[in-house]
Design a protein around this ligand. Structure first.
Ligand code: SF4
Ligand code: SF4
Length: 444
């Protein structure tokens, strides 16, 4: 249907090897509790949550341990029944030390989760938005943006379409794929909440054609009274980015510097949707998430339900890693970040852990050559930027010019340009440095 309409994908983009075979057919398994769980208070964009617990306090699994600090913040919940050991600091993926609650699970801590006040799917929109914030829901695709904060249309605007993002275009990751296969009813329940909260008249679940079983499974179970469809898209990276997905499904282009709301659309990741459908009927909060743990250096690859706050070191020991473990990516090799420490805990935004051995890491450490003006990066960029020019300006620190004349801030660091660059120029790293410098210069 989409291809008949001239839709089904977006312009530009790349085709990296998907590397999903090792985990796509493996059912989700549960990881045990680590001896010490570390729950960062800033797992989302916006202000860190405010702790509600003190050292020595016993908490039950699922109990709220930190409340939101303002609208752009969410609650945090205990991932296990246990004792608060301390309120301290922990390294984050961004390399900063952030506040965290250290929780020691009680011996024999079970999977039982405390119930809160249920939110019915036909509740008022404001009540659903509040319930999603109190459940601590953020974009589980990795963005970490508080989900409740984008559900209400802007003043004078409206949403006509809710897009549920089941694309999962990042290589290696199969979290969303397994969630669509194993939590179909949760996805549909979440859809009802999201439609009610946003006022959108219809929902479209976008799935790439490398997940035919997931698309068929969702289609086969769609309740008749749910105004939703499942659309299959061509495989292309980075189709999971919301601007690309809106173009692929609706043929609408979000303007430069704009938001999906500008074209009356809203995108929510499919695992986030399922989590809303799973939690709200019980008044619960997020205490765990599904994580793809894979890569050449992982022995027991798979999708695991991991308590939030599980240290990376414990996770890797539990699945077994090869002796030559060299680099670990959180989130995947294209848009994820290399972990600087194995003390970093799994957070709500960790969709994948991808571990490489020395051989694969060495293959990525190729010395850059000068730009040969081949234009491959220009043809790859889904935002129609000129990565070649941006890269040259970044190298001579002309950051202001990058922003003002070449729309640097439209770059969402997908890495498509660097992926095709025959000169191996670290374009994305250069763009990150430029953005950081511009933000610092702007800060009061
Ligand atoms: S990283 Fe930025 S410049 Fe490069 S392709 Fe992606 S959006 Fe374009
Ligand atoms: S792909 Fe690399 S070498 Fe080619 S134009 Fe872009 S930056 Fe230059």
């Amino acid at each position: 249907m989409l291809r008949w309409l001239g839709l089904g994908s977006f312009r530009h983009g790349v085709h990296p090897p998907d590397a999903k075979d090792a985990t796509r057919d493996l059912p989700i398994r549960r990881l045990p509790f680590a001896p010490l769980l570390v729950v960062p208070l800033a797992q989302h964009l916006g202000r860190p949550s405010i702790p509600l617990v003190r050292e020595g306090q016993e908490v039950a699994r699922g109990e709220c341990i930190a409340r939101p600090d303002g609208f752009l913040s969410v609650a945090m919940h205990a991932p296990a029944s246990g004792v608060v050991k301390e309120l301290g600091l922990v390294p984050s993926i961004a390399g900063r030390m952030v506040s965290a609650v250290y929780l020691e699970p009680l011996p024999g801590s079970t999977q039982e989760v405390v119930e809160g006040t249920p939110c019915p799917p036909d509740a008022e929109p404001e009540q659903i938005v509040r319930a999603i914030q109190e459940a601590g829901v953020v974009g589980l695709g990795g963005a970490g943006f508080p989900t409740h904060a984008k559900l209400r249309p802007p003043e004078g605007g409206f949403f006509d379409t809710l897009i549920v993002n089941g694309v999962e275009c990042e290589p290696y990751l199969t979290t969303d794929h397994r969630v669509m296969l194993e939590q179909r009813e949760d996805v549909f329940a979440g859809l009802r909440y999201l439609l009610a909260a946003t006022g959108a008249q219809r929902a479209i679940v976008g799935v790439e054609e490398n997940k035919p079983d997931a698309a068929a499974h969702l289609r086969a179970g769609l309740p008749e009274d749910l105004p939703a469809s499942v659309e299959v898209l061509q495989v292309k990276y980075p189709q999971g980015a919301e601007k690309m997905l809106i173009e692929a499904l609706l043929g609408r282009q979000v303007p430069s510097g704009g938001l999906p709301a500008d074209v009356h659309a809203l995108c929510v990741n499919v695992a986030t949707t399922a989590e809303i459908g799973r939690l709200l009927p019980h008044g619960r909060g997020i205490q765990e998430r599904v994580v793809t743990v894979t890569g050449p250096a992982v022995r027991h690859k798979g999708n695991y339900r991991v308590p939030i706050g599980t240290p990376l070191r414990f996770l890797l020991e539990a699945v077994g890693v090869e002796d030559d473990l060299s680099r670990v990516f959180l989130g995947g090799p294209m848009m994820g970040s290399a972990a600087s420490s194995l003390d970093i805990p799994i957070t709500k935004g960790t969709s994948g852990v991808v571990a490489f051995g020395e051989r694969e890491s060495a293959a990525t450490h190729v010395a850059p050559h000068p730009c040969i003006r081949c234009g491959y990066c220009v043809n790859a960029c889904p935002m129609f930027l000129d990565p070649s020019q941006l890269g040259l300006l970044a190298a001579i620190e002309r950051y202001q010019e990058m922003a003002e004349r070449h729309h640097l801030m439209d770059c969402f660091e997908c890495g498509a340009c660097a992926f095709v660059c025959p000169s191996h120029i670290p374009l994305v790293q250069r763009f990150r440095v430029a953005k950081t410098a511009l933000r610092k210069a702007k800060a009061p």
